[in-house]
Design a protein around this ligand. Structure first.
Ligand code: HEM
Ligand SMILES: *[C@@H]1O[C@H](CO)[C@@H](O)[C@H](O)[C@H]1NC(C)=O
Length: 326
C-alpha cells in the first residue's frame, strides 16, 4: 500500500484514538461531583498551616517537583516503607511538607473517603502555595492516582546542585521538559531557602585552590560567605531570592543575570546560550510591554510538570493515608 497523504493521516488519527482510549487524561474539576469540597479543603489546610510556618509555601512547591520527578506525580515520595523509602534518598534531602499533606488527607477522608488521591493533594497544595506567596492563580488538572512503589534507588537521577547545565537539560528532557521549562521551573526558587550545605562547593571548592564560583557578584559573595561561613553550620538556611524571598515573582531571573543567584544550578542557567536567552526574554527592559509573560509561562510549565507520568483510570490506588500503601 502506498503511503499517500490520506492514509498517513488516517493512521495518525487511529494512533490518537488508541492513545486517547488507553491514557485517561487529567481534568480540571475532576472531583466536582465526587468530592466538591476537595479543593477548598486543601486550600484551607494549606493556608492554615502557612500561618505558623511562613516558609511552608516554598516547602510545598518543592514537594510537588520532587514527587513528579520520581515515578511521576504519584505521591510516591510521601510513603514511609522503612529504610528503603524513596523519601530517604539523598536527592530528596531537605524535602518536607508531609504533615500538611497528611492533614489535608485526613480531612478529605472524613468527608469523602477513598476519593481524593495524595498526588492530587500535593499538586493542589503547590498551586495554593504559589498563590499564598502572591504568585499567579491557576487551575490544576486532577485525577492522578497514587503509586504503589517507593524505593530510594529510583530517586538517584534527581537534579542536583552540582549538575552542569547540560546534565540539567538532559534530566528535564527525560521528563519531557524543554530548556525553556527548565528555566521557568527553576524560577520557583523565587521563594524559599537553601541550607548552607548546598553552598559549600560553590563558595569554597568551586575552582582549583578552593576559589568560589566566579559568576557570583563580589558584593554578594561577601554576603554569602558571611551567612554560610567555611566550616560553619551547614544547616543554617538562607533565602534563595536575596531581594524578595517570600514573594513569588520573577526577581530570581534578574538575580541570575546580575550574579545574585544562590544555587549553582540557577547561576548555570546564564552560562548556556539557550537558557540565557530564556532568562533574558523575561527580564529585558521591554518585557512588561512586549515580552512573554513570566507568570503565564510559569503556569503552563508547572501544569505540564504536574502531568509527568501520571497514573489515571484504574492504575495505582487512592491511598487512605498518604504515608502508607493501602
Ligand atoms: C533545576 C533543578 C533543581 C535543583 C538542582 C534544585 C535544588 C534545590 C536545592 C538544593 C534546594 C535547597 C534545599 C534545602 O536546603 O532544603 C532547593 C529548594 C527549593 N526548590 Fe529546587 N531545585 C531544582 C528545581 C526546582 C523546581 C523545578 C522547583 C519547583 C517547581 C523547585 C522548588 C524549590 C523550592 C520552592 C525550594 C525551597 C524549599 C524550602 O525553602 O525549604 N526546585 N532546590
Ligand atoms: C529497590 O530497588 C533496587 C534497585 O533497583 C532493587 O535491587 C531492590 O530490590 C528494590 N527494593 C524493593 C524493596 O523493591
Amino acid at each position: 500500500m502506498a503511503w499517500t497523504k490520506a492514509n498517513v493521516s488516517l493512521a495518525l488519527s487511529l494512533v490518537m484514538v488508541f492513545l486517547g482510549a488507553s491514557l485517561a487524561d487529567l481534568s480540571v474539576g475532576f472531583y466536582s461531583n465526587t468530592c466538591p469540597q476537595a479543593e477548598s479543603i486543601v486550600n484551607r489546610v494549606v493556608s492554615g498551616a502557612a500561618l505558623s510556618n511562613p516558609n511552608l509555601p516554598a516547602i510545598l512547591l518543592r514537594l510537588h517537583f520532587h514527587d513528579c520527578f520520581v515515578e511521576g506525580c504519584d505521591g510516591s515520595i510521601l510513603v514511609n516503607n522503612g529504610a528503603i523509602s524513596e523519601k530517604n534518598a539523598f536527592g530528596h534531602e531537605g524535602v518536607g511538607g508531609f504533615e500538611t499533606v497528611e492533614a489535608a488527607k485526613a480531612e478529605l477522608e472524613a468527608v469523602c473517603p477513598g476519593v481524593v488521591s495524595c498526588s492530587d493533594i500535593v499538586a493542589l497544595a503547590a498551586r495554593d502555595a504559589i498563590r499564598l506567596a502572591n504568585g499567579p492563580a491557576y487551575d490544576v488538572p486532577t485525577g492522578r492516582r497514587d503509586g504503589r512503589v517507593s524505593n530510594m534507588s529510583l530517586a538517584k537521577d534527581m537534579p542536583e546542585v552540582s549538575d552542569s547545565i547540560e546534565i540539567l537539560k538532559a534530566k528535564f528532557m527525560q521528563k519531557g521538559l524543554e530548556a525553556k521549562e527548565l528555566v521557568l521551573l527553576s524560577a520557583a526558587h523565587t521563594i524559599g531557602t537553601t541550607a548552607c550545605f548546598f553552598m559549600t562547593k560553590r563558595l569554597y571548592d568551586f575552582l582549583p585552590g578552593g576559589q568560589p564560583d566566579p559568576t557570583i557578584s563580589p558584593v554578594f559573595l561577601q554576603e554569602l560567605t558571611t551567612r554560610c561561613p567555611r566550616n560553619g553550620d551547614v544547616n543554617t538556611r538562607i533565602p534563595m531570592d536575596r531581594f524578595s524571598g517570600r514573594l513569588f515573582d520573577k526577581q530570581i531571573l534578574q538575580n541570575i543575570k546580575d550574579g545574585f543567584a544562590v544555587l549553582q544550578t540557577d547561576a548555570g542557567l546564564y552560562e548556556d546560550v539557550t537558557t540565557r536567552q530564556v532568562v533574558n526574554s523575561y527580564t529585558g527592559f521591554l518585557n512588561p510591554f512586549f515580552g512573554p509573560s513570566f507568570e503565564s509561562d510559569f503556569v503552563k510549565a508547572i501544569v505540564k510538570m504536574g502531568k509527568i507520568d501520571v497514573k489515571t483510570g484504574s492504575q495505582g490506588e487512592i491511598r487512605r493515608f498518604c504515608s502508607a500503601f493501602n
